[in-house]
Design a protein around this ligand. Structure first.
Ligand SMILES: [Fe+2]
Ligand SMILES: [Fe+2]
Length: 291
Protein backbone atom coordinates (compact mmCIF):
# COMPACT_ATOMS: atom_id res chain seq x y z
CA UNK A 1 0.00 0.00 0.00
CA UNK A 2 1.12 3.54 -0.61
CA UNK A 3 3.25 5.56 1.79
CA UNK A 4 2.31 8.92 0.29
CA UNK A 5 1.45 11.51 2.90
CA UNK A 6 -0.64 14.63 2.41
CA UNK A 7 1.05 17.54 4.18
CA UNK A 8 -0.62 20.89 4.73
CA UNK A 9 2.32 23.17 5.46
CA UNK A 10 1.80 26.91 5.79
CA UNK A 11 4.63 28.23 3.65
CA UNK A 12 5.43 31.90 4.05
CA UNK A 13 4.97 33.92 0.87
CA UNK A 14 5.36 37.22 2.64
CA UNK A 15 5.68 40.62 1.00
CA UNK A 16 9.31 41.04 1.99
CA UNK A 17 10.38 37.93 0.02
CA UNK A 18 12.48 39.32 -2.83
CA UNK A 19 11.96 38.49 -6.50
CA UNK A 20 15.56 37.22 -6.41
CA UNK A 21 15.08 35.30 -3.17
CA UNK A 22 18.37 33.43 -3.58
CA UNK A 23 21.28 35.92 -3.64
CA UNK A 24 23.70 33.07 -2.86
CA UNK A 25 22.78 31.27 -6.10
CA UNK A 26 20.70 33.47 -8.42
CA UNK A 27 20.58 30.79 -11.15
CA UNK A 28 18.74 28.54 -8.72
CA UNK A 29 16.51 31.46 -7.73
CA UNK A 30 15.63 32.07 -11.39
CA UNK A 31 14.82 28.40 -11.99
CA UNK A 32 12.43 28.32 -9.04
CA UNK A 33 10.74 31.58 -10.07
CA UNK A 34 10.15 30.25 -13.59
CA UNK A 35 8.96 26.91 -12.22
CA UNK A 36 6.39 28.66 -10.06
CA UNK A 37 4.70 29.97 -13.20
CA UNK A 38 4.67 26.63 -15.01
CA UNK A 39 4.15 24.08 -12.21
CA UNK A 40 0.61 25.05 -11.10
CA UNK A 41 -0.56 24.73 -14.69
CA UNK A 42 1.02 21.35 -15.39
CA UNK A 43 0.00 20.00 -12.02
CA UNK A 44 -3.61 20.94 -12.73
CA UNK A 45 -3.21 19.36 -16.18
CA UNK A 46 -1.95 16.16 -14.52
CA UNK A 47 -4.82 16.11 -12.02
CA UNK A 48 -7.45 16.58 -14.74
CA UNK A 49 -5.87 13.94 -16.99
CA UNK A 50 -5.50 11.57 -14.05
CA UNK A 51 -9.20 12.02 -13.30
CA UNK A 52 -9.95 10.31 -16.62
CA UNK A 53 -7.17 7.76 -16.17
CA UNK A 54 -8.54 6.71 -12.76
CA UNK A 55 -11.76 5.53 -14.40
CA UNK A 56 -9.69 2.96 -16.32
CA UNK A 57 -7.37 1.73 -13.56
CA UNK A 58 -8.22 -1.85 -12.59
CA UNK A 59 -5.75 -2.27 -9.73
CA UNK A 60 -7.22 -0.90 -6.43
CA UNK A 61 -3.77 -0.30 -4.88
CA UNK A 62 -2.65 1.72 -7.90
CA UNK A 63 -5.94 3.60 -7.88
CA UNK A 64 -5.33 4.58 -4.24
CA UNK A 65 -1.82 5.74 -5.13
CA UNK A 66 -3.14 7.77 -8.06
CA UNK A 67 -5.60 9.46 -5.74
CA UNK A 68 -2.87 10.41 -3.25
CA UNK A 69 -0.64 11.52 -6.12
CA UNK A 70 -3.36 13.96 -7.21
CA UNK A 71 -3.79 15.27 -3.69
CA UNK A 72 -0.06 15.91 -3.37
CA UNK A 73 0.02 17.63 -6.75
CA UNK A 74 -2.96 19.73 -5.68
CA UNK A 75 -0.94 20.97 -2.69
CA UNK A 76 2.06 21.73 -4.91
CA UNK A 77 -0.10 23.66 -7.34
CA UNK A 78 -1.67 25.66 -4.53
CA UNK A 79 1.69 26.62 -3.02
CA UNK A 80 3.33 27.54 -6.34
CA UNK A 81 0.26 29.59 -7.11
CA UNK A 82 0.76 31.45 -3.81
CA UNK A 83 4.36 32.18 -4.80
CA UNK A 84 3.22 33.47 -8.18
CA UNK A 85 0.51 35.56 -6.51
CA UNK A 86 3.27 37.21 -4.48
CA UNK A 87 5.24 37.96 -7.68
CA UNK A 88 2.11 39.34 -9.34
CA UNK A 89 1.48 41.63 -6.36
CA UNK A 90 4.95 43.04 -6.94
CA UNK A 91 4.75 43.06 -10.76
CA UNK A 92 1.08 43.10 -11.87
CA UNK A 93 1.94 42.58 -15.57
CA UNK A 94 2.94 39.00 -14.70
CA UNK A 95 -0.74 38.11 -14.33
CA UNK A 96 -0.96 37.93 -18.11
CA UNK A 97 2.10 35.63 -18.17
CA UNK A 98 0.42 33.32 -15.66
CA UNK A 99 -2.76 33.26 -17.75
CA UNK A 100 -0.88 32.47 -20.97
CA UNK A 101 0.87 29.49 -19.37
CA UNK A 102 -2.48 28.32 -18.00
CA UNK A 103 -4.09 28.57 -21.46
CA UNK A 104 -1.26 26.63 -23.05
CA UNK A 105 -1.95 23.64 -20.77
CA UNK A 106 -5.70 23.98 -21.31
CA UNK A 107 -5.07 23.78 -25.07
CA UNK A 108 -2.85 20.75 -24.60
CA UNK A 109 -5.52 19.04 -22.51
CA UNK A 110 -8.19 19.72 -25.13
CA UNK A 111 -6.12 18.91 -28.23
CA UNK A 112 -4.39 15.64 -27.23
CA UNK A 113 -5.64 12.28 -26.01
CA UNK A 114 -5.27 10.55 -22.66
CA UNK A 115 -2.33 8.45 -23.84
CA UNK A 116 -0.38 11.61 -24.68
CA UNK A 117 -1.24 13.25 -21.35
CA UNK A 118 -0.14 10.17 -19.40
CA UNK A 119 3.11 9.91 -21.40
CA UNK A 120 3.85 13.62 -20.85
CA UNK A 121 3.16 13.19 -17.15
CA UNK A 122 5.21 10.00 -16.79
CA UNK A 123 8.18 11.46 -18.66
CA UNK A 124 8.26 14.66 -16.64
CA UNK A 125 7.60 12.98 -13.30
CA UNK A 126 10.45 10.53 -13.92
CA UNK A 127 12.89 13.44 -14.14
CA UNK A 128 12.07 14.71 -10.66
CA UNK A 129 13.77 11.95 -8.66
CA UNK A 130 17.14 12.59 -10.38
CA UNK A 131 16.54 16.34 -9.93
CA UNK A 132 15.75 15.97 -6.23
CA UNK A 133 18.88 13.85 -5.75
CA UNK A 134 21.03 16.36 -7.60
CA UNK A 135 19.67 19.37 -5.73
CA UNK A 136 19.92 17.75 -2.33
CA UNK A 137 23.50 16.72 -3.13
CA UNK A 138 24.25 20.40 -3.80
CA UNK A 139 22.06 21.74 -1.03
CA UNK A 140 24.54 24.17 0.48
CA UNK A 141 25.72 25.58 -2.85
CA UNK A 142 22.20 25.98 -4.20
CA UNK A 143 20.27 27.05 -1.12
CA UNK A 144 22.82 27.96 1.60
CA UNK A 145 22.53 31.70 0.89
CA UNK A 146 18.83 31.88 0.12
CA UNK A 147 15.61 33.02 1.76
CA UNK A 148 14.54 30.03 3.85
CA UNK A 149 10.84 30.75 3.19
CA UNK A 150 11.16 29.94 -0.52
CA UNK A 151 13.95 27.36 -0.17
CA UNK A 152 11.91 25.37 2.37
CA UNK A 153 8.90 25.45 0.06
CA UNK A 154 10.74 24.21 -3.04
CA UNK A 155 12.62 21.54 -1.07
CA UNK A 156 9.29 20.22 0.25
CA UNK A 157 8.03 20.03 -3.33
CA UNK A 158 11.16 18.16 -4.47
CA UNK A 159 10.84 15.70 -1.59
CA UNK A 160 7.21 14.91 -2.39
CA UNK A 161 8.16 14.52 -6.05
CA UNK A 162 10.73 11.99 -4.88
CA UNK A 163 8.11 10.35 -2.68
CA UNK A 164 5.59 9.80 -5.51
CA UNK A 165 8.25 9.18 -8.20
CA UNK A 166 6.81 5.88 -9.41
CA UNK A 167 3.08 6.66 -9.61
CA UNK A 168 2.85 8.29 -13.05
CA UNK A 169 4.92 5.66 -14.85
CA UNK A 170 2.98 2.87 -13.14
CA UNK A 171 -0.30 4.39 -14.33
CA UNK A 172 1.06 4.86 -17.86
CA UNK A 173 2.35 1.28 -18.04
CA UNK A 174 -0.85 -0.08 -16.48
CA UNK A 175 -3.05 1.65 -19.06
CA UNK A 176 -0.88 1.73 -22.18
CA UNK A 177 2.42 -0.13 -21.72
CA UNK A 178 3.85 1.47 -24.86
CA UNK A 179 7.48 2.40 -24.37
CA UNK A 180 8.05 3.60 -27.95
CA UNK A 181 5.17 6.04 -27.73
CA UNK A 182 6.48 7.36 -24.39
CA UNK A 183 9.87 8.01 -26.02
CA UNK A 184 8.18 9.84 -28.87
CA UNK A 185 6.38 12.05 -26.39
CA UNK A 186 9.61 12.97 -24.59
CA UNK A 187 10.54 15.32 -27.42
CA UNK A 188 7.03 16.83 -27.51
CA UNK A 189 7.17 17.41 -23.77
CA UNK A 190 10.59 19.11 -23.85
CA UNK A 191 9.52 21.24 -26.81
CA UNK A 192 6.34 22.31 -25.04
CA UNK A 193 8.19 23.14 -21.82
CA UNK A 194 10.99 25.08 -23.50
CA UNK A 195 9.48 26.61 -26.66
CA UNK A 196 5.94 27.19 -25.52
CA UNK A 197 5.41 27.78 -21.81
CA UNK A 198 9.11 28.41 -21.13
CA UNK A 199 9.16 31.12 -23.80
CA UNK A 200 6.01 32.73 -22.35
CA UNK A 201 7.66 32.92 -18.93
CA UNK A 202 10.99 34.21 -20.24
CA UNK A 203 9.29 36.97 -22.22
CA UNK A 204 6.96 37.86 -19.33
CA UNK A 205 9.78 38.17 -16.78
CA UNK A 206 11.90 40.30 -19.11
CA UNK A 207 8.97 42.59 -19.86
CA UNK A 208 7.49 43.02 -16.41
CA UNK A 209 10.35 42.73 -13.90
CA UNK A 210 13.03 45.44 -13.95
CA UNK A 211 16.49 44.03 -14.69
CA UNK A 212 17.78 45.88 -11.62
CA UNK A 213 15.73 43.56 -9.37
CA UNK A 214 18.08 40.66 -10.09
CA UNK A 215 21.86 40.20 -10.01
CA UNK A 216 21.76 38.22 -13.29
CA UNK A 217 19.32 38.12 -16.19
CA UNK A 218 15.91 36.76 -15.09
CA UNK A 219 16.06 34.16 -17.86
CA UNK A 220 19.44 32.65 -16.96
CA UNK A 221 18.02 29.42 -15.60
CA UNK A 222 20.84 27.17 -16.84
CA UNK A 223 23.04 28.91 -14.26
CA UNK A 224 21.46 26.53 -11.78
CA UNK A 225 24.37 24.21 -12.61
CA UNK A 226 26.99 26.78 -11.64
CA UNK A 227 29.35 25.55 -8.94
CA UNK A 228 27.53 22.25 -8.45
CA UNK A 229 28.81 18.68 -8.29
CA UNK A 230 27.38 15.63 -10.00
CA UNK A 231 26.18 17.23 -13.24
CA UNK A 232 27.23 14.26 -15.35
CA UNK A 233 25.59 11.74 -13.07
CA UNK A 234 22.43 13.88 -13.07
CA UNK A 235 22.43 13.78 -16.87
CA UNK A 236 22.99 10.01 -16.85
CA UNK A 237 20.13 9.53 -14.38
CA UNK A 238 17.86 11.61 -16.61
CA UNK A 239 18.79 9.48 -19.62
CA UNK A 240 18.19 6.37 -17.55
CA UNK A 241 14.52 7.37 -17.21
CA UNK A 242 14.14 6.73 -20.96
CA UNK A 243 14.95 3.02 -20.64
CA UNK A 244 12.02 0.59 -20.89
CA UNK A 245 12.82 -1.14 -17.61
CA UNK A 246 13.53 2.04 -15.63
CA UNK A 247 12.36 1.64 -12.04
CA UNK A 248 12.24 4.93 -10.12
CA UNK A 249 11.77 3.06 -6.86
CA UNK A 250 15.26 1.65 -7.30
CA UNK A 251 16.57 5.16 -6.59
CA UNK A 252 17.26 5.29 -2.86
CA UNK A 253 16.32 8.48 -1.00
CA UNK A 254 19.42 10.43 0.09
CA UNK A 255 19.96 10.66 3.82
CA UNK A 256 18.96 14.35 3.84
CA UNK A 257 15.54 13.48 2.44
CA UNK A 258 15.11 10.71 5.00
CA UNK A 259 16.00 13.20 7.75
CA UNK A 260 13.48 15.71 6.34
CA UNK A 261 10.78 13.03 6.46
CA UNK A 262 11.64 12.13 10.06
CA UNK A 263 11.65 15.80 11.08
CA UNK A 264 8.28 16.34 9.42
CA UNK A 265 6.90 13.39 11.38
CA UNK A 266 8.31 14.93 14.58
CA UNK A 267 6.48 18.21 13.97
CA UNK A 268 9.51 20.38 13.10
CA UNK A 269 8.64 23.72 11.41
CA UNK A 270 9.09 22.70 7.75
CA UNK A 271 8.22 26.21 6.48
CA UNK A 272 11.57 27.50 7.81
CA UNK A 273 13.53 24.28 7.51
CA UNK A 274 16.48 25.24 5.30
CA UNK A 275 18.79 27.12 5.41
CA UNK A 276 18.73 27.24 9.21
CA UNK A 277 19.13 31.03 9.42
CA UNK A 278 16.92 33.68 7.76
CA UNK A 279 18.48 36.07 5.25
CA UNK A 280 19.87 39.20 6.89
CA UNK A 281 18.31 41.79 4.59
CA UNK A 282 14.82 41.03 3.32
CA UNK A 283 13.45 42.77 0.23
CA UNK A 284 11.76 46.17 0.42
CA UNK A 285 8.00 46.11 0.92
CA UNK A 286 5.87 46.03 -2.22
CA UNK A 287 4.88 49.70 -1.75
CA UNK A 288 8.57 50.67 -2.01
CA UNK A 289 9.15 48.88 -5.31
CA UNK A 290 9.12 51.04 -8.43
CA UNK A 291 8.25 48.48 -11.07
FE1 LIG B 1 4.37 18.47 -7.95
FE1 LIG C 1 4.76 15.08 -9.23
Amino acid sequence: MSQLKIRNIDFLFEDDVAFQWNPGHPGCGNMVNSTSFIAPAFERYFILAMRDAKKLIKDPALLAEAELFCRQEGQHSKQHFAHVALLIRKYPGLEETRKQVWRSYENLLASKDLKFHMAYMANLELLFAPLANYMVRNLEVLFGGSDQRIASFILWHLIEEFEHRSVAIKVYDHLFDDHRYRLKCEYAMIKHLWSDVGKIVREGLLEHVPASHNSISHVKTASIFKGTRGRLSFLMHCLDTLLPNHDPNAIEPPEWIQQWLRDDEQGVDMARYYPPQPLESPAPAISEISA
